[in-house]
Ligand binder design. Structure first.
Ligand code: NDP
Length: 290
């Protein structure tokens, strides 16, 4: 399999490169048609983690030939003022994609702001309309990490029909959309969450998984011994343990049981980054069709 890096590791960087190559081709087509994709990032106040993310976003966009503009708004801006800034970007024909940096200052209703982003410019797929398209089985601008997980599962060539997929984590941007994206491939999908753990049922579900996806944010939540022999494991979690970044799955032992497994770092992360660029290109194409 092309995604293999040596033994049974899924090479997220290689999958990302493939997606980025598609982006390059589509960018050339867009530019030939007189379309200049432009991503506008909205950041409220200063935040160290967000600053790193924004810097990376800018670099990735520039590399792909996508224009990038960062709008940094004062930390004490009101929700109304933020909504009005989003409206301005919605109405700006030169902006083809909008990304809202999180976290927002306390007291702001994140969902309300996300819902105000034009669905056609919503490159993170967080507007309720774009979430709804996933339910209809027609994902277009879906959340980047969820699409990245699907891309990774697709890259393994595994036929999901009738397979047991276990999704640990039920967040709006990862767990729930991933479950919907994979159920459309006729997998039997279970979604586990804190309730599953508290009921003492997590192990039983995980042991059944042919494809296990974990997006929780707790280092070593899933012991490697729980992984079914031959399972495909996609670890979305990012956790800092001392000076290392690790996932949610106990990697060394899980690797022994899994047929394929994503490393952390180098698995889901790079694919998510590439999918954001793909979403930006898709949004720009969509704008052209208006
Ligand atoms: P959220 O915090 O929004 O969701 C975490 C989920 O895990 C919730 O559904 C929560 O349930 C569930 N959970 C918490 N504790 C347990 C437990 N003990 N057993 C089972 N389920 C549990 O996180 P995100 O979905 O945004 O992110 C998850 C992880 O993925 C994080 O580490 C994040 O950094 C990483 N991430 C990585 C990305 C990448 O590109 N690689 C991109 C996005 C996220 P409940 O809400 O009921 O408590």
């Amino acid at each position: 399999m092309s995604t293999l890096e040596g033994n049974n590791l899924i090479d997220g960087k290689a999958i990302a490169e493939k997606t980025k190559a598609e982006v390059v081709t589509e960018m050339a087509e867009l530019k030939a048609g007189g379309i200049e994709p432009k991503l506008a990032a909205v950041q409220v106040g200063e935040n160290a983690a967000s600053a790193v993310y924004v810097k990376q976003q800018k670099k990735n966009c520039e590399k792909a030939g996508i224009l990038y503009e960062l709008k940094t708004l004062a930390a004490n801006i009101t929700e109304e003022q933020l909504l009005s800034e989003v409206e301005k970007l919605n109405g700006d024909a030169s902006v083809t994609g909008i990304i809202l940096q999180l976290p927002l200052p306390q007291g702001m209703d994140m969902r309300k702001i996300q819902a105000a982003i034009s669905p056609r410019k919503d490159v993170e797929g967080v507007n309720p309309a774009n979430m709804g398209w996933i339910v209809y089985g027609k994902p277009f601008l879906a959340p980047c990490t969820a699409l990245a997980v699907k891309e990774i599962v697709d890259s393994t060539g595994i036929d999901l029909y009738g397979k047991e997929v276990v999704m640990v984590g039920h967040s709006d941007i990862v767990g729930k959309p991933v479950a919907l994206l994979l159920v459309d491939k006729f997998a039997t999908v279970s979604i586990c969450h804190i309730g599953t753990s508290k009921a003492g049922m997590l192990e039983e579900h995980v042991r059944r998984a042919d494809i296990l996806i974990v997006a929780v944010g707790k280092a070593n939540l899933i012991p490697g011994a729980w992984i079914k022999k031959g399972a495909v494991v996609v670890d979305v979690g990012i956790n800092r343990v001392e000076d290392k970044i690790v996932g949610d799955v106990e990697f060394e032992t899980a690797k022994e049981n899994a047929s394929l497994i994503t490393p952390v770092p180098g698995g889901v992360g790079p694919v998510t980054t590439a999918i954001l660029l793909r979403n930006v290109v898709r949004a720009a194409k969509w704008a052209k069709q208006q």
